[in-house]
Write a protein that binds this ligand. Structure first.
Ligand code: NAD
Length: 255
């Protein structure tokens, strides 16, 4: 590792850091010198961070507003928020119940909304390095399945992730003059534990995996490590002129 990484001195909060993209992002940001608070609802997944340099692992259920505010308050300060938690509902609009919609909006949107409400006041109080106040980067997990693209059997998911894009742009617009940047990332299909679970739930998992691969123009799924460089970029000062944008890393799904 280099002596001074691109995120040296940054204090970062990551939700859903137990596995998948969240975990890969924690490791990449810590390797770049950040102090990372890696949180997940499943504490057993956080045990894998034991001994990891600059990683502070703690259980956090993002469905719980008070717990989110407490987690942010427990940090010595916050420069970067990576809102990664999310859930996929499988089905068209006629397959979805009110509860499915409410749960997806709670986990995929409201939790991000709360985490931003918790982090923003502290970010606005950060030294901006120019004698004033206001410095922070918020990265929200959207998806290519959002306002960018409709995918079959992803009605509730696409609806919720489109809201993430709106949330991102709204926060960016309101705080653009105050040192706060807010961007979203929009991955294509990434080979993570939850995708494997979804594939294994089909009667024919081999055919299901082949169908996921077939919707990727590059003919393969992404690895989480192929998504996180854009998270590191957005967390770093290299992206200081970028805000309100959705960064697609989707293997060509939105060409
Ligand atoms: P994953 O779905 O494999 O893991 C999700 C993690 O979230 C788990 O560790 C789980 O314990 C945690 N989690 C679930 N509920 C939580 C809660 N209430 N509070 C805190 N943590 C909770 O990870 P992934 O596939 O990398 O997905 C992460 C994000 O990326 C999600 O928002 C997802 O929608 C988005 N995304 C994933 C893909 C993909 O193909 N995998 C594509 C686009 C976007």
């Amino acid at each position: 590792m280099r002596d001074r990484g691109r995120l040296q001195g940054k204090r970062v909060l990551v939700t859903a850091a137990g596995q998948g993209i969240g975990r890969a992002a924690v490791l990449a940001m810590a390797a770049e010198g950040a102090e990372v608070w890696a949180t997940d609802v499943d504490a057993s997944l956080l045990a894998a961070y034991a001994g990891a340099e600059r990683v502070h692992a703690a259980r956090l259920d993002v469905l719980d507003k008070a717990a989110i505010f407490a987690a942010v308050a427990a940090m010595p300060g916050i420069d970067v928020l990576f809102n990664c938690a999310g859930v996929v509902h499988n089905g068209a609009i006629l397959d979805a119940t009110d509860d499915d919609l409410a749960f997806a909006l709670h986990l995929n949107v409201r939790a991000q909304f709360w985490a931003i409400q918790a982090a923003l006041p502290r970010m606005l109080a950060n030294d901006d390095g120019r004698g004033g106040q206001g410095r922070g980067s918020i990265v929200n997990m959207a998806s290519v399945c959002s306002s960018l693209k409709g995918l079959p059997s992803r009605c509730v998911y696409g609806t919720s992730k489109a809201a993430v894009v709106g949330l991102t742009k709204s926060v960016a617009a309101d705080y653009v003059t105050r040192g706060i940047r807010c961007n979203a990332i929009a991955p294509g299909t990434v080979d993570t534990p939850s995708l494997a679970e979804r594939i294994n739930a089909y009667d024919d998992p081999v055919a299901a995996r082949a169908a996921f691969v077939a919707r990727q123009p590059m003919g393969r799924l992404a690895q989480a490590e192929e998504i996180v460089p854009v998270v590191v970029y957005l967390a770093s000062d290299e992206s200081q002129f970028a805000t309100g944008q959705v960064f697609s890393v989707d293997g060509g799904m939105t060409i």
